[in-house]
Design a protein around this ligand. Structure first.
Ligand SMILES: Cc1cc2nc3c(=O)[nH]c(=O)nc-3n(C[C@H](O)[C@H](O)[C@H](O)COP(=O)(O)OP(=O)(O)OC[C@H]3O[C@@H](n4cnc5c(N)ncnc54)[C@H](O)[C@@H]3O)c2cc1C
Ligand code: FES
Length: 277
């Protein structure tokens, strides 16, 4: 049981939440995630990135976009209430190394996993440029936190209601042409990461992406998070979540993401995979 210590609404359906989780806070590294289960054994299990952590206070921060039943139930919990199960830290941390020039691109809720990674890369001396994008102004989150890392942060929106009217791939291409990054990191919806990887490919800029596949057990056993990367089959929960964006089979991944769409649309759907009920 993990107590909710803080909750704040950041935009229409995006919330920031701080949970008591001392062991996870001590162990986690940028790029890792947790699996949260509400309502005991029959609750759906959902992966969420650890957006930040305070090892001294024993807390972890989450940025949650309410998109369906479980995320909605989670953001409806209040300070003082408890999350039944929190499993983690899971996944491999993002390699925090001296690359030189790094461009971080975050789309929508993808800024949550991007933040701890660019923060750590800047702290060890990389030059960091950040681009964030969303459909419209009210969906831009964590601008203040990211400006601490890159005061010249580029903001784009699909409808032009904030920053430049463009997709994130436009400033990314400009940066590849003029700034010449050594590494690009793209985090956000699969379609955005797919096109970020396509943008950097002609410039030979190594591009890391953080994959957000369906996950169930988070231990490499169920196969729910299977993706094709180059000639290999990988499990995002134990082999990722970061992969070389130029090698990911995006179309297969996006097809698999739609597998449970009908069940997700049933408001009362509860995951019973493996429980034979
Ligand atoms: C490694 C990783 C890190 C993530 N980090 C965050 C984060 O920090 N903040 C955040 O808001 N979201 C994050 N997500 C996505 C989040 O897990 C899904 O939005 C959530 O599971 C949706 O559940 P739901 O019941 O609310 O919605 P549903 O109605 O069940 O589904 C809505 C959509 O969410 C996706 N989804 C559904 N079930 C799962 C599942 N078990 N695992 C993964 N995706 C699923 C599908 O694309 C689906 O179409 C992350 C996903 C992964 C894999
Ligand atoms: S979530 Fe089951 S194998 Fe990755």
């Amino acid at each position: 049981m993990n107590k909710i210590l803080y909750k704040k609404q950041l935009s229409q359906n995006v919330f920031s939440m701080v949970l008591e989780a001392p062991l996870i806070a001590r162990e986690r590294k940028p790029g890792q995630f947790i699996i949260v289960q509400l309502g005991g054994d029959f609750g759906e299990r959902i992966p969420l990135t650890i957006a930040d952590a305070d090892a001294e206070k024993g807390t972890i921060s989450l940025i949650i976009q309410a998109v369906g039943v479980t995320t909605l139930r989670l953001v409806n919990l209040n300070v003082g209430e408890y999350v039944a199960n929190v499993l983690g830290p899971l996944g491999h941390p993002t390699p925090i190394k001296k690359y030189g020039k790094v461009i971080g691109v975050g789309g929508g809720i993808g800024v949550a996993p991007l933040h701890p990674v660019v923060q750590a890369l800047k702290a060890i001396g990389n030059e960091v440029k950040i681009v964030i994008g969303a459909r419209s102004k009210e969906l831009i989150v964590m601008e203040k936190e990211l400006r601490v890392i890159d005061p010249d942060l580029t903001i784009v929106t699909d409808d032009g209601s904030y920053g430049k009217k463009a997709l994130v791939t436009e400033p990314l291409k400009e940066a590849c042409e003029t700034w010449k990054p050594d590494l690009a990191i793209a985090m956000g919806p699969p379609i955005m990461m797919k096109f970020c990887a396509a943008t950097t490919r002609p410039f030979n800029v190594h591009t890391l992406v953080s994959l957000n596949t369906i996950m169930i057990d988070g231990t490499g056993m169920c196969g729910g998070c299977r993706v094709n990367v180059g000639d290999e089959t990988k499990f995002v929960c134990v082999d990722g979540p970061d992969f070389d964006g130029h090698l990911v089979d995006w179309d297969n991944m996006m097809l698999r993401l739609g597998t449970y769409r009908a069940q997700e649309q049933e408001a009362d759907h509860r995951c019973r995979v493996g429980l034979n009920k």
